[in-house]
Design a protein around this ligand. Sequence first.
Ligand SMILES: NC(=O)c1ccc[n+]([C@@H]2O[C@H](COP(=O)([O-])OP(=O)(O)OC[C@H]3O[C@@H](n4cnc5c(N)ncnc54)[C@H](OP(=O)(O)O)[C@@H]3O)[C@@H](O)[C@H]2O)c1
Length: 309
Amino acid sequence: MRAVYFERNGGPEVLECQDRPAPEGEVLVDVEAVGINYRDVYERQGGGYGSAPPAIIGVEGAGTIHDTGERVAWVGVPGSYAEQVAAPRDRFVPVPDGVDAEVAAAALLQGMTAHYLAADSYPIEDGDWVIVHAAAGGVGLLLTQIAKSRGGRVIATTSTQEKADLARGAGADEVIDYDGFAARAREITDGQGVAAVYDGVGQATFAEGLKALRPTGRMILYGAASGQPDPLNLAVLAPAGSLYVQRPTLQTYTRTPELLRDRAAALFELIAGGQLDVRIGARYPLEQARQAHEDLEARKTTGKLLLIP
Ligand SMILES: NC(=O)c1ccc[n+]([C@@H]2O[C@H](COP(=O)([O-])OP(=O)(O)OC[C@H]3O[C@@H](n4cnc5c(N)ncnc54)[C@H](OP(=O)(O)O)[C@@H]3O)[C@@H](O)[C@H]2O)c1
């Protein structure tokens, strides 16, 4: 089978599309669409994240079980940039009829992330102001929509006009630049500050985000696309208004097969019911995985990126 393999950690150039032996495991799945995620960049770069090379990269996709034809999707199967994957049965979740394979692969990881961020990390309540950074990205567009569906009011940050338009289309109430975003968020909220900051950008935004929060507000640092933030001196949280900080992972929120299935089912229900629009920003053949990573890291992409084997 064809797969995207990396023999050492490094830049996009370490990704090679090769013929590899078929994978072995409890259930063999023919892959229809592979989800690309920012975590794949961290996995490729190394530093203890994801599979160590030599390995096939990626963890997400959708397809059919080879022996039964059952439609499934997954978020935690190493070696997913491939024509086939294999894993224990309970790593796969069923895909309902109303959701096609590309949409399932596009939505599952980033959608379940957006879902737990808005419902659990800080359960957004009617009228709450929240900041969603990188709102035109994969997680960002979904989180903006889910925040709005819970009655929240969203201040979105984006880096270009095209991305600003997409964030607005997803329902963002205000779309602003990263420059001076905390002061701007305070103005928008009449000096009160926001209930939560959802930050997947990290280094470039984390410290300033603390200044945008209302008393007892929550800083949810769920990623680090710009690099890891500097270490936090906890003492700063007191005078800033008794703030909370969380560093959540999807893995924690889907740590049992039941949690995974329930979260996936809730997400697919929103999609099948037309309440969540999943934007596929680009599709690449497996051979162009390198290009996909270059585009993602260069901030050129919007919504979800897929590889089509
Ligand atoms: N903890 C979890 O459970 C979990 C799960 C899924 C994803 N994540 C995290 O969520 C974040 C978003 O992931 P995603 O897959 O949806 O990616 P994405 O948002 O589609 O892509 C990353 C975006 O981050 C923004 N960005 C800001 N500074 C950047 C920089 N220096 N380099 C690159 N991008 C930068 C860019 O948008 P602008 O150009 O608009 O700034 C870029 O498009 C990542 O940090 C990822 O690790 C966490």
